[in-house]
Design a protein around this ligand. Structure first.
Ligand code: ATP
Ligand code: MG
Length: 366
């Protein structure tokens, strides 16, 4: 997959810019606060309904403007499409080749992108919520069916929680059953995704770190031992029964996939407690590489890779290993750094260089 050209208007700190990125490596460099991450976000939003930074649409529109627009010519499966995204504070509109898109499934797979940003590394150290958010987003990227079952689960969860707060709890059994049914599908799809990723993670961790540590990914849903949907449903139902008292006391569903965690393991120990900062960064990057590989398997071509603030995230040696690794693949990569890094340009062949300054973009050659 490839972004051939893009125009961004009234988005974040950009009034109007155009970019014709290179096929392989693209370096966006500039001082802090100039718009580098904003540009990655614009590229990401072309193919994905939600930003990796915010869920609040008004933040995306340039201060004082009514709407932002991102227009991109993209290529996937040998076919070119023009994607157009219009963001207003109250909603967003998507068009493919001039036709309005109403379902997420129509846009799905047109421009896949995997982001690696400093915020991602943070998910190792924080509570389960950010890891769950990562998991949900990553599963959805390769599995459009996930979005539907995730939304059903959320809807049913809301109903059940509403009932748990009520004095009259008529119908709670039915909602528990529905929740177990939808939850089983969520868990089954998550398990399938994590198993595929876990199988790839080790290779990438070794490639980036050059070391021999073993890295693993584990998703162990609460109260669930099976990986088959029918059995998971029964296990969830049992779990809801077991926690009914506390659910009633707290007025909310205290167990289920909306509370599950994803565990990162390095050398048989939790990365969160024992991993160094460098190991944590490497782990998350390896995870992202595994995710890219997985998307390659699913769509038959590589997604874009958006590496935000690379110099702060990886040391010189790890960056070198990563670029060498990417050089051997057909992947369109966008890298942001604060300096026009000579080491990076020496490793990355034919890198297109862009300077980002005060919401302006200047092509400096390749
Ligand atoms: P760093 O190197 O610090 O990560 P960056 O180049 O990635 O910097 P961005 O996050 O892309 O910086 O851009 C930040 C700038 O964009 C800030 O100056 C911020 O005020 C501005 N900005 C963000 N949202 C909007 C908006 N809706 N309207 C106008 N400006 C905005
Ligand atoms: Mg930034």
């Amino acid at each position: 997959m490839r972004l051939c050209s893009a125009t961004v208007a009234n988005f974040r700190n950009f009034s109007s810019i155009s970019i014709e990125p290179g096929h392989h490596f693209n370096l966006l460099y500039g001082l802090n606060g100039q718009g580098k991450t904003n540009l990655l976000e614009a590229i990401y939003l072309l193919g994905c309904p939600r930003s990796f930074r915010t869920s609040r649409l008004p933040e995306l529109v340039k201060h004082g403007e009514r709407q932002a627009q991102i227009l991109g010519r993209v290529e996937s499966g040998g076919i070119q499409n023009v994607l157009r995204l219009v963001v207003e504070p109250v909603g967003r509109k998507v068009e493919i080749d001039g036709k309005a898109v109403h379902k997420a499934s129509e846009l799905h797979g047109k421009l896949n992108a995997v982001v690696f940003s400093p915020d991602d590394t943070g998910m190792v150290r924080t509570g389960p919520e950010s890891r769950r958010r990562y998991l949900d987003r990553a599963v959805y990227m390769g599995d459009i069916g996930y979005l539907h079952c995730w939304h059903s689960y959320q809807r049913i969860l809301k109903q059940r929680n509403h009932l748990l707060k009520n004095a009259d709890k008529t119908g709670l059994d039915i909602w528990s059953e529905k929740l177990a049914e939808a939850g089983a599908e969520v868990i089954e799809r998550r398990l399938r995704f994590v198993a595929a990723l876990d199988g790839k993670l080790q290779k990438y961790y070794a490639a980036i770190s050059g070391g021999g540590e073993t890295s693993r990914l584990r998703y162990q849903p609460d109260g669930v031992a099976s990986s088959e949907r029918e059995v998971i449903r029964d296990e969830l139902l049992e779990l809801f029964k077991l926690h009914l008292r506390s659910d009633e006391r707290y007025g909310t569903t205290t167990v289920g996939p909306h509370r599950d965690d994803l565990t990162f393991i390095l050398d048989e120990r939790p990365l969160k407690a024992f991993g160094s900062q460098g190991q944590q960064k490497t782990f998350v990057l390896a995870l992202k590489m595994a995710e890219m590989d997985n998307l390659c398997d699913t769509f038959g071509e590589a997604p874009l890779l958006l590496l935000d603030d690379m110099s702060s995230e990886l040391d010189a040696c790890r960056s070198h290993n990563l670029i060498e690794f990417l050089t051997r693949r057909e992947i369109q990569v966008f890298i942001t750094t604060t300096e026009r890094s000579p080491a990076l340009l020496a490793t990355a062949p034919h890198c297109a260089v862009f300077r980002v300054e005060g919401g302006n973009l200047t092509f400096e050659g390749s």
